[in-house]
Design a protein around this ligand. Structure first.
Ligand SMILES: [Zn+2]
Length: 453
């Protein structure tokens, strides 16, 4: 009671009544029903639980496993005010069924402490996958990912066929857009000449490789009959221009970026080699002009979602596997715990982003695009995923003070304003200050609805 309720549409002082896990009323001056627990939110924002549309809480790549898994990763998310994640599974065995990874990830998520959905992944395209696709969409998996680089990438003709089939089945294609020929050619050269330099990593993945891949993806989606397309972890101003041009032409294209591309630049690769391993991710952080360009994209609406691509290989694992070669370092950074506060502090406080936009980017838009109608909003009938967010609280981000299982954060030492104080998942309190109250398995699998523009 008594907080400023913020949604993507409005902000107003109001009380929120929760019954049976759902929001029963949003009104001012409510008189609480007998026996109801009253939570004081004076001086705080009451916001929908965050929806992180891009996580890897549970990923194994080659020899490395991420440091958190569903229980620890979900706990970290919850402390940061995120109550739902949509996980991108890694690749399954060669030639596997479309359902292989979805089933495996669901089994592994038995310990989940917050709600979760799963994106599908295309790692090859053939008649069997095409036949399984409509079934997968109606089973609650209306979004799939295609990679344009890495070993599981699709060739353009397969990508086009997948775009068309997914669009027709009521799904949304998400894409990791980096041009494989450019990246693999440059990486091969730098592997020979300068593998011991951290700066070889960003040099092997230039901004034009992203922009070219985005342009290709957009052209393929257009040829596929304007199939809906969502660019994950957009990192460059050039790539954003391609997204803007497609949208101006009326094509259904959406874009996501992540805090690391809004806050970091490639100077993170200039210092000590081991220190730089913390920032190995693909795509890499870019130039200051890209950072500014992405903030403009958030401001003018050409970027729709801020997710994290949370992928927390520990620093120790990164150092061990790199063994002095930047190209052997597993890519990915933790971020699921810091997303909401970073976007609030750097966006709302420092850059004048509206509270509504903050909520739209971090909860409402991802819920809408990825078929979670009960999530990401505070309205009668929605699931009571609520965060009491203290806008005045200051926190210094350090690996030691975060609940994540990783032993570092790419935002070490940054002081931010705002902090999730109390968090509810479907009406049940799961975070209360320093206390975590959710039990393993309390998080629910969310079968998502088909995509609608
Ligand atoms: Zn990812």
């Amino acid at each position: 009671m008594g907080g400023l309720v913020v949604t993507a549409e409005a902000e107003a002082k109001a009380d929120v009544l929760v019954r049976d896990g759902l929001i029963a009323a949003v009104v001012t001056g409510i008189s609480p029903p007998e026996g109801a627990e009253v939570i004081d939110a004076q001086g705080c924002l009451v916001i929908p639980g965050g929806v992180d549309a891009h996580t890897h809480l549970d990923l194994t790549v080659a020899r490395a496993h991420v440091s958190d898994g569903w229980a620890a990763g979900g706990r970290a998310a919850a402390f940061g005010g995120t109550t739902t994640v949509i996980e991108h599974p890694g690749f399954g065995p060669a030639g596997c069924s479309l359902f292989h990874q979805l089933n495996t990830y669901r089994q592994n998520a038995a310990e989940a402490v917050i709600d979760y959905g799963l994106h599908g992944v295309f790692q090859h395209w053939n008649e069997r996958v095409a036949a399984e696709l409509p079934q997968a969409v109606s089973a609650g998996f209306p979004s799939f990912k295609t990679y344009m680089t890495y070993d599981g990438r699709l060739a353009d003709e397969d990508f086009l066929a997948a775009l068309k089939a997914l669009g027709q089945a009521g799904g949304l294609m998400t894409v990791h857009a980096e041009n494989h020929a450019v990246v693999s050619h440059l990486a091969a050269q730098l592997k020979r000449s300068a593998p011991h330099l951290a700066a070889s990593h960003p040099q092997s993945r230039p901004d034009y490789a992203e922009a070219l891949a985005i342009e290709t993806a957009i052209a393929l989606a257009r040829a596929a009959g304007d199939a809906p397309l969502y660019i994950v972890h957009l990192s460059t101003a050039k790539g954003l221009e391609a997204v803007r041009a497609a949208r101006r032409a009326g094509q259904p294209v959406w874009a996501e970026t992540c805090p690391q591309y809004l806050l970091l630049t490639d100077v993170c690769y200039d210092g000590d080699f081991d220190e730089a391993l913390k920032y190995v991710m693909a795509p890499p952080p870019r130039k200051k002009a890209d950072v500014e360009g992405l903030w403009e994209g958030l401001a003018d609406g050409s970027i729709d979602v801020v997710a994290t691509d949370h992928c927390s290989f520990s620093w120790r694992t990164k150092k061990e596997l790199a063994g002095g070669n930047i190209f052997n370092c597993p890519g990915g950074v933790p971020g699921v715990e810091t997303r909401l506060a970073l976007l609030y502090s750097e966006g709302v406080v420092k850059r004048g982003m509206s509270l509504r936009r903050w909520i739209d980017l971090s909860a409402t838009a991802p819920a809408r695009l990825f078929g979670l109608p009960g999530k990401g909003d505070i309205k009668v009938g929605a699931e009571a995923d609520l965060v009491i967010f203290d806008p005045q609280a200051e926190q210094k981000i350090t690996a030691a003070s975060l609940r994540q299982a990783a032993d570092y954060t790419p935002f070490e030492g940054l002081t931010v304003r705002g902090r999730a104080r109390t968090v509810f998942l479907r009406g049940r309190k799961i975070v209360d200050g320093e206390d975590f109250l959710a039990a393993p398995g309390q998080g629910k699998f969310m079968a998502r609805r088909p995509f609608s523009a």
